[in-house]
Design a protein around this ligand. Sequence first.
Ligand code: SF4
Length: 256
Amino acid sequence: MNTEAEIREIFSHMRGLLTSYQEVGMDPPPVSSDTLGVSRRPEPKPVRRPAAPRVEEMKDKAVVPDRAALIEALRDRIGDCRRCKLSKGRTHLVFGEGSPEARLVFVGEGPGQDEDRVGRPFVGESGKLLTRIIENGMGLTRKDVYICNVVKCHPPKNRDPETDEIETCIPFLKEQLAIIGPEVICCLGRVAGQALLGTDFKISAERGKWRSYQGIPLMPTFHPAYLLRNPSAKRLVWEDIKKIMTRLGLEVKPHG
Ligand code: SF4
C-alpha cells in the first residue's frame, strides 16, 4: 500500500473508532503515533493490557472502556450494510461473537454457507473443529474468546473474498480489534493473514511464527477448513495453539 493510501486508511479507521466512542458517550483515549499505527517497528514488543475488569470492579467508568457498548455501537453502525457486492448474495451479515473482553481473537476469512444461514461465525464443520480446538485443546469456551472474519458476508460459492470486498469491509474488523484490544490474535488461514499482515504473507511458510499487528502478538495458523481436507496438518496447528496458550499463561496439557 502506498503512503497516501495508508494515511487514508489510518484516518478512516480512527474516524470509525471515534464515532464508536461518541455513540456510547465516552471520551476517546488520547491519540498517539502508536494508536495511529505510524510507528511500525519490525517486531514491536507485545503490549499486555491489564486483565479486563469485571463490571462490579469498575470504580471509574469514565476511564474504563465499556467494550461491550463499543462493539454494540459498531454493530449498529454497520447496520444492513450494502457497502460492497457481497451484500447481494448474503442471507445474514455475520458480525462476530464472543467476549468483548477477550484476551484472544480468532480471525477467519469470511462466513460459509452455514454461517450465512444462521448469522453466526464458525458454526459449520470448520466451526465445529475450531470449537473443539478452543474447548478440548485450550480448555476455554467460545464465550471466553472472540471469533470473527475479515469480511462479514458470505462470498458466493465459497470463493475467496476479492480485494475490493476486503478493502471495503476490513475497517470493521480493525475496529473490532481496536475495541477489544486482545493480548493475542490468531489468524486462521491465508486470507486473514494477508488482510492483516500484507499480501506478501504466505501461510505455509509463516504459520507458527509470531508476527505483530498494531503491537498485538499475532499467530498465523491453518484455517480449520484446510484441516478438514488435510487432517495430518492438525499436529502443526496444535503446535501453534500451544504457543498461544503459553503466551496467555494457560496450562498446556502434555497430550492436549
Ligand atoms: S462484506 Fe462487509 S462491506 Fe461488504 S456488505 Fe458485508 S458487511 Fe458490508
